[in-house]
Design a protein around this ligand. Structure first.
Ligand SMILES: NC(=O)c1ccc[n+]([C@@H]2O[C@H](COP(=O)([O-])OP(=O)(O)OC[C@H]3O[C@@H](n4cnc5c(N)ncnc54)[C@H](O)[C@@H]3O)[C@@H](O)[C@H]2O)c1
Length: 337
């Protein structure tokens, strides 16, 4: 099978490319260049790709030409500007990439007759956040306070419209929560910030220590994406699906900091940010009952395991083990769970 991943130079895309490659599939990618110190570069992922296109997904003509050349069986559309704080800095780029970039993919995939499954990643942040304790279900209304959430809600609605207006390619929108795992070096994300600070004997600064997030290991999220693609290829239809962890993984930012510090054997100190911070959602939880019943998916790694696998990954890299070997070992261990 030939898999196309947009966003293959990013955090999730790198894990997914290595996973698919280790299963013997052909993998191609469309993305921008990787960021400094990325997992993509450290694990030398370009070496396992059939095509490694560096194309801005806002350029619909280039995207279409590349997709037709790749002729993939399955497409995972992950490319996005995925950072909430960055979306306040550059809202135009965020909306253009996340909305019009998604349109580029939908158009290109529709014209590539080879595609048997298209999985479009949005996020848990697409739901109109009313700080409810119960998890959001797929039929809940969409919203989005900040530009990132709003742009993803727009991409979600766009894809819903595409599925009903231009049926042909089996397509599912996937809404997942905060993922963690080795190799994420994105700025302003909690886990990379915590690990970098604690490993450098610094005290991290937390913006919203009491915010609750559904923490999920990247492999559980990607396992959901893969199971959805298999289900689409077997002829099942799912317009949209939540992939989030169980309730015990809905944990405050402060609790995550405490656990990371204890696993890295340092004091769990942190400072509260004193600068005025842009709005971020307070409580976010997902109800993933549909994925459980329709796919038999469930998260294999509970909260503590997810954090342990993440800190282990970074500790091993600190001890000069190969990023690629550690990533593949964790993929194999996960498959055998
Ligand atoms: N990481 C999370 O916690 C999380 C949670 C929910 C949803 N998501 C979604 O999952 C997807 C992947 O997230 P990630 O954490 O791997 O992000 P990431 O920032 O690590 O990777 C983003 C990828 O998108 C590519 N990209 C960005 N702008 C582009 C453009 N204009 N043209 C072409 N490529 C472009 C980058 O080159 C990179 O490969 C995103 O759609 C994101 O919104 C992530």
């Amino acid at each position: 099978m030939h898999y196309l991943i947009t966003g293959h130079t990013g955090f999730k895309g790198s894990w997914l490319a290595l996973w698919l490659n280790s299963l013997g599939h052909v993998v191609s990618g469309i993305s921008l260049d990787p960021i400094t110190n990325s997992l993509f570069d450290r694990a030398n992922i370009s070496e396992c790709l059939q095509n490694d296109f560096r194309i801005d997904i806002r350029n619909s003509d280039e995207v279409k030409t590349a997709v037709l050349q790749i002729n993939p069986d399955v497409v995972f559309h992950l490319a996005a500007q995925p950072l909430v704080r960055e979306s306040y800095v550059d809202p135009r780029y965020t909306f253009e990439t996340n909305v019009m970039g998604t349109l580029s993919l939908l158009e290109a995939v529709s014209s590539a007759k080879s595609v048997k499954a298209h999985v479009v990643a949005t996020t848990d942040k697409v739901y109109r956040n009313i700080n409810q304790v119960a998890g959001y279900v797929e039929s809940d209304p969409l919203g989005g306070h900040d530009p990132y959430s709003s742009s993803k809600a727009m991409a979600d609605l766009l894809t819903q419209s595409w599925i009903s207006s231009f049926p042909g390619t089996p397509t599912t929108i996937v809404r997942a929560g905060n993922v963690i795992g080795g190799g994420d070096v994105s700025k302003d994300r909690l886990m990379p910030d915590l690990i970098s600070a604690y490993l450098n004997q610094e005290v991290p600064t937390l913006r919203y220590p009491n915010s609750v997030r559904p923490w999920q290991h990247v492999l559980d999220c990607l396992n959901g994406y893969l199971m959805i693609s298999e289900s689409l290829m077997s002829g099942k239809e799912h317009a949209m699906m939540n992939i989030g962890p169980d309730e015990e993984s809905f944990v405050t930012v402060a609790k995550v900091a405490e656990l990371v510090a204890s696993q890295l054997s340092v004091d769990s100190n942190w400072n509260l940010s004193e600068s005025s911070e842009p709005h971020e959602a307070g409580l976010l939880s997902l109800d993933s009952s549909l994925a459980k019943t329709a796919l038999g998916w469930h998260d294999k790694l509970k909260f503590t395991d997810a954090v342990t696998w993440t800190t282990d990954w970074f500790k091993k890299v600190e001890q000069n083990e190969s990023s690629r070997d550690i990533t593949i070992q964790q993929i194999e261990k996960f498959i055998n769970l």
